[in-house]
Design a protein around this ligand. Structure first.
Ligand code: 13P
Ligand code: SF4
Length: 354
C-alpha cells in the first residue's frame, strides 16, 4: 500500500542520496504520505516564492499540480529542473481557460471598445499561457492570499478588471474586500458567442469574471453552512475564497490555505471549527489540533479530495526521487522561453505587490 514502510524507506534513501541537489515542495492539499517528505509546505503563493529562493537545488520536485510546477519553472533559473511526480496532476479550474478562448475574449473586449481600460488579473491557478497573456496586457497574477492587493493595484492601472479563471475568487474579493456590488460583476462564458454578454453589459461592468470554478470548493453550499451551524452550536465557519459567494457570505472567516492554518493555530482551546477546503488539509488539521482541544470538522461530508492533487502519491514520489538519484531526469515541466518571459512579468508584478 501507499504507506508501505518499504516505500517510505526508499523515498528517504533516494532523498538522502540527492542531498542538497533536490528540494521538495508540498502544497497543503497533498496526501500525508507525500507531505512528510516536503522540505517546505505552503499555499501556492508561498511555494512560488520558496521555489525561487533555492538557487542551489538542481531539482525542484513539486508535489502539487501542473500550474504550480510551471510557475516554479518560470521563477527558477534555466538550469534548475522542475519535476512533477505525476504528469496527470492537472487542475480542472486551470483547464477552464485556454489560450485560444482568452485571445477570443480579448477580441470581444476590443470590439466593445473597452480593451484599453481592462487590466487582466489571473489567479495562480492558470496555465503558463494565461499568465503570459496577463503579462503581455499589463496585468498581474494573484493567489488567494493576495487577491485583494492585486485587485487594488489593477484598479489603479485601469478602470476594469478581467479576472481569470476563478469567478468565485474574483467575485468574493471584489465584493467582500473592495466593497463592490454584485451588479458591478458580469460573467464571461467562453462557450457562448461574445461570452454571452452584450457590448453594453461589458461597458457597464467593473469586474469581468471568467466562468471558471474549482470542482472541489464549488461543491460547498449554503446548506452545508446552515447544517453545520445547527449541528454544532457556536461553530466558527472558515472557508476558502474559491467557494461560491453565498457560502463565503455566510461564513465567519475566509482565507487561503495558509490563512486557515494560522487561524487554527491561533484559535483558543475548546473552540469549534467547520472548514470548507480540501479534505487532506482538513483531516491533517483536525488530527493536529485535537490534542489541544480544538474541534475541527469538514464543512460538508459529501465533498471529497481534489482528485488531481491526490494523483501525487508515495509510489510516484519514490519513482521520481529514485530516478533523479540514478541520474535520470523524469517528468520535467518546462515552459517555453517566450511564454516564460511574459508569464514572468506577470508573476513578478505579483511578487512586487505592496
Ligand atoms: P491556495 O494554496 O493559494 O490557498 O490555493 C488553493 C488551491 O486550490 C490550490 O489549488
Ligand atoms: Fe484545482 Fe480546485 Fe484542485 Fe486546487 S483544489 S488544484 S483549484 S481543482
Amino acid at each position: 500500500s501507499a504507506s508501505d514502510p518499504d516505500l517510505v524507506a526508499r523515498a528517504r534513501a533516494a532523498k538522502d542520496k540527492l542531498g542538497d541537489k533536490v528540494f521538495v515542495l508540498g502544497h497543503h492539499y497533498q496526501r500525508d504520505e507525500v507531505i512528510q517528505f516536503a522540505d517546505v509546505t505552503g499555499d501556492s503563493f508561498k511555494l512560488a516564492r520558496d521555489a525561487a529562493a533555492r538557487p542551489e537545488a538542481e531539482y525542484i520536485v513539486f508535489c502539487g499540480v501542473h500550474f504550480m510546477a510551471e510557475s516554479a519553472d518560470i521563477l527558477t533559473s534555466d538550469d534548475q529542473k522542475v519535476v512533477l511526480p505525476d504528469l496527470a496532476a492537472g487542475c480542472s479550474m486551470a483547464d477552464m481557460a485556454t489560450a485560444e478562448q482568452v485571445a477570443e475574449c480579448w477580441d470581444v473586449l476590443t470590439e466593445a471598445g473597452i480593451a484599453e481600460q481592462v487590466v487582466p488579473v489571473s489567479y495562480m491557478n492558470s496555465s503558463a499561457d494565461i499568465k503570459a497573456f496577463t503579462g503581455k496586457h499589463g496585468g498581474t497574477i494573484c493567489t488567494s492570499s493576495n487577491a485583494e492587493r492585486a485587485l487594488n493595484w489593477a484598479f489603479e492601472q485601469g478602470e476594469k478588471v478581467l479576472f481569470l479563471p476563478d469567478q468565485h475568487l474574483g467575485r468574493n474579493t471584489a465584493v467582500r474586500d473592495l466593497g463592490m456590488s454584485l451588479e458591478d460583476c458580469v460573467v464571461y462564458n467562453p462557450h457562448r458567442p461574445n461570452g454571452g454578454l452584450t457590448a453594453d453589459e461589458l461597458r457597464a461592468a467593473k469586474m469581468i469574471l471568467w466562468r471558471g470554478h474549482c470542482s472541489v470548493h464549488g461543491r460547498f453550499s449554503l446548506d452545508s453552512v446552515n447544517d453545520v451551524r445547527e449541528r454544532i452550536p457556536g461553530v466558527n465557519v472558515l472557508v476558502h475564497p474559491e467557494c461560491k459567494h453565498e457560502v463565503v457570505a455566510a461564513a465567519d472567516y475566509v482565507g487561503s490555505t495558509e490563512y486557515i492554518i494560522k487561524a487554527l493555530e491561533a484559535a483558543p482551546a475548546g473552540s469549534k471549527w467547520a472548514i470548507g477546503t480540501e479534505l487532506n488539509l482538513v483531516r491533517r488539521l483536525a488530527n493536529r489540533f485535537a490534542p489541544e482541544g480544538k474541534e475541527i470538522v469538514f464543512l460538508d461530508k459529501t465533498v471529497c479530495f481534489c482528485s488531481t492533487m491526490n494523483r501525487i502519491d508515495l509510489p510516484h514520489l519514490v519513482w521520481a526521487l529514485e530516478s533523479l538519484a540514478e541520474g535520470t531526469l523524469v517528468n520535467r515541466i518546462e515552459v517555453d522561453k517566450e511564454t516564460e518571459a511574459f508569464a514572468k512579468l506577470a508573476l513578478e508584478r505579483m511578487l512586487a505587490l505592496p
